[in-house]
Write a protein that binds this ligand. Structure first.
Ligand code: AKG
Ligand code: FE2
Length: 319
């Protein structure tokens, strides 16, 4: 079967008109079926399907303020990503970046010293669900917040993120806890400029890090939230796939290195965006995502996750 460019245009129009009569989930199901069954044409079909899905679902929302309805649209899958720009003045970000990037608190992840990423503040990922590491995590959870504030003369980009969520969500946004013990509220993460840098495809889900903590099973959706303070001239793009694998599908994509996934096995193409200084980007962390290597400069952001338990519940945040 051979398709020409004119056919692709026709097919796209056909799906656009179908959008009004059948539901998008069903439509994307049909597209996935076509993808799987036309294996020989995958070079042509894969970008075509990805493009149609993008047109159908208006995947990116760009706005200059966070509001509850937009958050719900993202949480419920009507968008793949929200970009809020500008959230913070570029000049302020530039001022913050200097002391942050020079700080001796910005160090490698304790369990991933071969990855070209530094962080300020311990993350739950580093505890590997081990008792003594968890103790250390809780002990220093709050101190990152205080240290950043001290470093930036009273300013705090971690707090800036939380304040925007608090203002947007009518039922508040509070720090997450495990058995009443407060988690790290947010971190600063800095990608080194290195051709082997960046982060391969992966997903982030709280219940994977602490599988026996039942309250986390009630989290309906988890967002990854990043406020970018420094962005390299080249590289450093964020890739997000409109693909949320279940456990079984994820197991089939695993590379064997950490929880990283094989990009060649992901059935759609990623959406690729270049973050801007002062921009906050949100996406569901259950969607496969990756960061491309930075060239010529560091890529530094304030980062946390946000948990959604339902419309009538507070959002929660942690790192
Ligand atoms: O730095 C980014 O753009 C995204 C990093 C990431 O993997 C995450 O926030 O979960
Ligand atoms: Fe991630």
């Amino acid at each position: 079967m051979f398709l020409k460019i004119e056919d692709i245009f026709e097919i796209k129009l056909l799906f656009l008109s179908l959008k009004h009569v059948i539901n998008i989930q069903l439509l994307t199901g049909i597209l996935s079926w076509i993808y799987i069954n036309l294996d020989n044409n995958s070079k042509l079909i894969k970008p075509l399907i990805t493009e149609i899905m993008r047109v159908l679902t208006n995947l990116i929302l760009t706005t200059n303020a966070l509001c509850q309805q937009d958050l719900l649209d993202l949480l419920e899958g009507r968008y793949l990503m929200i970009r809020i720009y500008p959230l913070v003045d570029r000049s302020k970000c530039k001022r913050w970046v200097n002391p942050i990037e020079k700080s001796d608190h910005l160090v490698k992840y304790s369990n991933a010293d071969d990855v070209y990423v530094n962080r300020m503040g311990m993350t739950l990922f580093e505890t590997e669900n081990r008792r003594e590491k968890m103790e250390e995590y809780f002990k220093i959870a709050q101190s990152t917040h205080d240290y950043v504030e001290h470093l930036l003369d009273g300013d705090n980009p971690i707090k800036v993120i939380h304040n925007h969520f608090k203002a947007a969500w009518e039922n508040d946004c509070i720090v997450e806890n495990i058995g009443g013990r407060l988690m790290t509220p947010g971190i600063i993460r800095s990608f080194e400029a290195n051709p082997k840098g960046g982060l391969p495809p992966h997903t982030d889900l709280l219940h994977k890090d602490v599988p026996h903590h039942n309250p986390f099973k009630n989290i309906k959706k988890q967002l990854a939230v990043n406020l970018y303070l420094n962005v390299p001239e080249n590289g450093g793009e964020l890739e997000v796939w409109d693909y949320e694998p279940n456990e079984e599908q994820e197991a089939m994509l695993m590379t064997g290195e950490y929880d990283f996934l094989d990009r060649d096995k992901i059935p759609v193409e990623p959406l690729v965006v270049k973050p801007r200084v002062g921009e906050m980007i949100l996406f569901r962390s259950s969607c496969v995502h990756a960061v491309r290597a930075s060239k010529g400069g560091k890529r530094t952001a304030t980062s946390c996750f946000v948990g959604y338990y339902g419309n009538d519940k507070p959002l929660t945040y942690w790192a």
